[in-house]
Ligand binder design. Structure first.
Ligand code: NAD
Length: 340
């Protein structure tokens, strides 16, 4: 029986991956997560609650930036594969790169070292489309240059990719870096735009968009990302590869709001009309490489994906009890009149 380690396995993508491994394979799954308060740790425990009785799941609370924690975990365990999703994404202070360094760089190094020492067959690194920065134009392809990243998060993700590359050159290791675009679906971080829009529409509170509603982004449903991650585990034609995982198309914020209104059967209210702003963004992935080399094929349409998110949002109300929405720099849209 194979054994997979998922760092950040209590989070949104990680917990969906845990669920998929337990349902569709006979693999053992080990989760390492520090249950930090990027959003409520209760929600992270809740994500894994349906699986905790499964004897194939082991759950470890610990910080990847601690070498002792990572080495301790590897002491008596042999992993076939590591899927590294734990990271620091949102800063206490956007200009302070130091908060990212320990987790995104030192944490990744700790895992790469442990993987090397115990001959792990494949290392999957959860990277981000943010490494493309703001200057490249869509469709964003893996061949584009990665340079001048203003965000410490994107910079540390890009360094993480370089570390993976260097480990494959220096040691006999296989690494795949996956650049995720906007992943959405049940259990997603309550601070995200889609979540904020759904809350506002449900509560009838006005939405104030900080971005142009005609800006378009690549939204990819979480089950498609889970399929892409699983497909990359067996990829062995080269020792190192980077793949975009997105839907390969883009959807405007305006259309997302219209889908939410129609599925939730409630109108959205706005603090001001949705006029186009000066700066319109269009971002989406070129996914031909993942298509041909991994057999990756996004299956969930934006409408079906939003419906699935709304089903979960309306039935699993745990997020409501543990929501804490301070003035958060992450939100691209704010909702006036908090629902708290
Ligand atoms: N969700 C998206 O749209 C998106 C887009 C691009 C990239 N990604 C990447 O995918 C990965 C997973 O994202 P997600 O949306 O599931 O995020 P998430 O915040 O829901 O999950 C991340 C998990 O990592 C854990 N974690 C954070 N720091 C840790 C540490 N030091 N030690 C151990 N565990 C730690 C958190 O507690 C959390 O449970 C991340 O690497 C993220 O950058 C996600």
């Amino acid at each position: 029986m194979k054994n997979v380690l998922i760092t950040g396995g209590a989070g949104f993508i990680g917990s969906q991956l845990v669920s998929s491994f337990l349902a569709e394979t006979d693999w053992k799954v080990c989760v390492l997560d520090d249950f930090n308060n990027s959003y409520s740790p209760v929600l992270k425990y809740h994500n894994l609650a349906p699986f905790t009785k499964d004897p194939r799941l082991s759950l470890f609370g610990g910080d990847i930036s601690s070498e002792a924690v990572v080495e301790g975990l590897f002491e008596h365990r042999k992993f076939h594969c590591i899927i590294h999703l734990a990271d620091k994404r949102y800063p206490e202070d956007a200009r302070n790169g130091r908060t990212f360094e320990a987790i995104n760089i030192q944490g990744t190094l700790n895992l790469l070292n442990a993987a090397r020492k115990s001959n792990v067959e494949s290392f999957i690194f959860g990277s981000s489309a943010e490494v493309y920065g703001t200057k490249n134009t869509s469709p964003l392809s893996e061949t584009l240059p990665i340079e001048e990243n203003e965000s410490p998060f994107a910079l540390t993700k890009s360094i993480g990719e370089s570390l993976c590359h260097s480990y494959t050159q220096l040691h006999k290791m296989r690494c795949v870096c996956l650049r995720f675009f906007n992943v959405y679906g049940p259990r997603q971080d309550p601070h995200t735009l889609l979540f904020g829009l759904a809350r506002a529409i449900e509560n009838g509170t006005p939405i104030s968009l900080r971005c142009d509603s005609d800006s378009q982004f690549d939204y990819v449903f979480v089950s498609d990302i889970v399929d892409g991650i699983k497909a990359s585990i067996d990829y062995d034609r080269t020792s190192f590869e980077i793949f975009n995982l997105g839907s390969g198309s883009c959807v405007s914020i305006r259309l997302i709001i219209e889908h939410l209104e129609s599925i939730m059967k409630r109108p959205a209210k706005f603090t001001k009309a949705l006029f186009p702003a000066e700066k319109r963004t269009t971002l989406f992935a070129q996914i031909e490489k993942a298509r041909t080399m991994l057999g990756f094929e996004p299956k969930v349409s934006i409408e079906d994906g939003i419906r699935s998110f709304v089903d979960w949002f309306q039935t699993d109300r745990m997020w409501e009890k543990y929501q804490d929405f301070p003035d958060d720099p992450r939100e691209k849209a704010t909702v006036s009149g908090s629902s708290k």
